[in-house]
Design a protein around this ligand. Structure first.
Ligand code: ADP
Ligand code: 5GP
Length: 208
């Protein structure tokens, strides 16, 4: 039987650069399975249904909640966001490492269900940088930006619920650090078994 993959949760305040880090990380590590969330928010320019999100109306999303189809779901600002359970469980069962990019309340809910996951908190270098990023993204009104800034400070209080921090100042360094964390976790001795088959030309260890 294949050992289950790692569940990697990348979280942090909105606009901190989680999505940007995950996209770069996945280019370097195409072996990692990215969970595509469902949301009731409208697609932004360039976003594709089924790639960036599964865009659903409120009624459909609520039916999915009633059918218990989510690993976790949360209301983030004025919309629902949720992690569909099926694809995540299938990928983990196949031994694939799975990446979730979700907000702080969602990450804390997942941690209760999956305490063995790896929880990474992405922090902006400063509040000014965070505001500049959210503003620069050009997708949110001033009111929404202010809401997100206030929420960021509240969310930072949960830092110590996480295993690792990545300060996203220089993007390449942040991606490198996130990848290093994942590689260290993949290298834990507990994930390996010794092969003792008397063959001197074969690997000595294999993933459990
Ligand atoms: P999140 O997924 O956390 O909401 P995004 O990935 O959408 O955040 O990033 C918000 C904005 O900040 C985007 O415009 C992105 O290009 C920019 N950004 C991300 N990381 C950096 C960085 N290290 N330096 C400067 N800008 C960044
Ligand atoms: P955005 O609208 O900017 O794409 O995302 C808003 C916030 O929702 C981000 O912090 C993002 O990480 C979070 N988010 C995206 N998908 C999910 C999800 O499935 N569950 C939860 N809890 N949050 C999510």
């Amino acid at each position: 039987m294949t050992a289950p993959g790692l569940l990697i949760v990348i979280s942090g305040p909105s606009g901190t650069g989680k999505g940007t880090i995950c996209q770069s990380l996945l280019k370097r590590r195409p072996d990692i399975f990215l969970s595509v969330s469902a949301t009731t928010r409208s697609p932004r320019a360039g976003e594709i249904d089924g790639v960036h999100y599964h865009f659903r109306d409120r009624e459909t999303f609520e039916e999915m909640i009633a059918r218990d189809e989510f690993f976790e779901w949360a209301q983030v600002y004025d919309n629902y966001y949720g992690t569909p359970k099926g694809p995540v469980n299938t990928a983990l069962a196949e031994g694939k490492d799975v990446l979730l990019e979700i907000d702080v309340q969602g990450a804390l809910k997942i941690k209760k269900k999956a305490p063995d996951g790896i929880y990474i908190f992405v922090v902006p270098p400063s509040l000014d940088a965070l505001r500049a990023r959210i503003t620069g993204r050009g997708t949110d009104s001033v009111e929404v930006i202010n809401k997100r800034m206030n929420k960021a400070m509240e969310e930072l209080a949960y830092l110590h619920e996480y295993d690792y921090i990545v300060i996203n100042d220089i993007l390449e360094e942040a991606v490198h650090r996130a990848e290093s964390i994942i590689m260290a976790e993949q290298s834990r001795t507990g994930r390996f078994r010794i092969i003792n088959d008397g063959r001197s030309d074969r690997p000595l260890v294999a993933a459990r």
